[in-house]
Design a protein around this ligand. Sequence first.
Ligand code: C2E
Ligand code: CA
Ligand code: CA
Ligand code: CA
Length: 280
Amino acid sequence: AKSGGRARIDVFDANLRRQAMAAMRMEADLRAALEQGQLCLHYQPIVLLETGAIAGFEALMRWNHPDRGLVPPAEFIPLAEETGLIAPMGRWALGEAVRQLALWQARFPRPAPLFMSVNVSTRQFRDDDLVGAVRDLLDAVPIPPSSLKLELTESLLMQDPDECRMLMQSIRDMDVRLSIDDFGTGYSSLAYLHKLPVDVLKIDRSFVRAVSTGEGNAAIVQVIAGLATILRLDAVAEGVETADEAVYLRGLCKYAQGYHFARPAPPDAVERLLAAEDAH
Ligand code: C2E
Ligand code: CA
Ligand code: CA
Ligand code: CA
């Protein structure tokens, strides 16, 4: 029994070691990916629900891996968060997305300029000089600051709310807009939501899906949309996959995003969508 226990521990150690090695290799790979330009952004349209017209985009990171092909963020963002690599990666994404937006605003003018929504991880928000980075970017790239939206998560708002509010206010003072991502999934900060300089609530897909599956959750979309109205925030329904969902959401939310309208796509595919809109 004793030697069996020893053997089990050896196996356990070997597994742990293998996992640690794999994580280290992936961290090195990810660092190289950032330096060698293997990261890229796909853009998913965010549409006006009333008309279906493209109003803006969410920038979504992809890793164009030499062997593995296009790697989705779920497979590398968690490690990037753990190692702190998310800060330089996020800063790159912010710059890339804003430069792309400037090109599209010039080529595809709209009565309300197209907007760009960029994910900012909690770690990036706290560790990095995000305010300085945004200011430098707005100095260098000619977009109306209000056409840039930063997506923050509820968990961020819960940690150190006072410091968070000051950072958010500095961003808002530049006229950049702030969205709460996946709203309703975290420990909701309803108590001080009205004290934070927030502009947009993004309603998580789990609640949007309930609309067509008929689960009790469907009411939650109405509650969040009502909350947005009361607080004078724009609501974005995330993960809209069916026409029925879109119809149900019309009148509740200003914006929607989801496969029903368009999947995230590389810039050239997005340009074809915008050009097709102009042709009509
Ligand atoms: P998220 O911010 O909630 O982004 C929305 C996710 O939902 C995207 O997954 C998008 O492709 C997916 N989606 C959009 N419409 C639909 C739909 O109709 N149905 C379904 N099933 N899914 C839909 P993606 O691109 O795989 O990104 C996953 C997560 O990775 C993001 O969730 C975000 O948390 C994170 N992420 C992506 N890019 C970045 C980034 O540049 N920085 C940071 N910090 N996180 C990022
Ligand atoms: Ca997001
Ligand atoms: Ca989301
Ligand atoms: Ca999400």
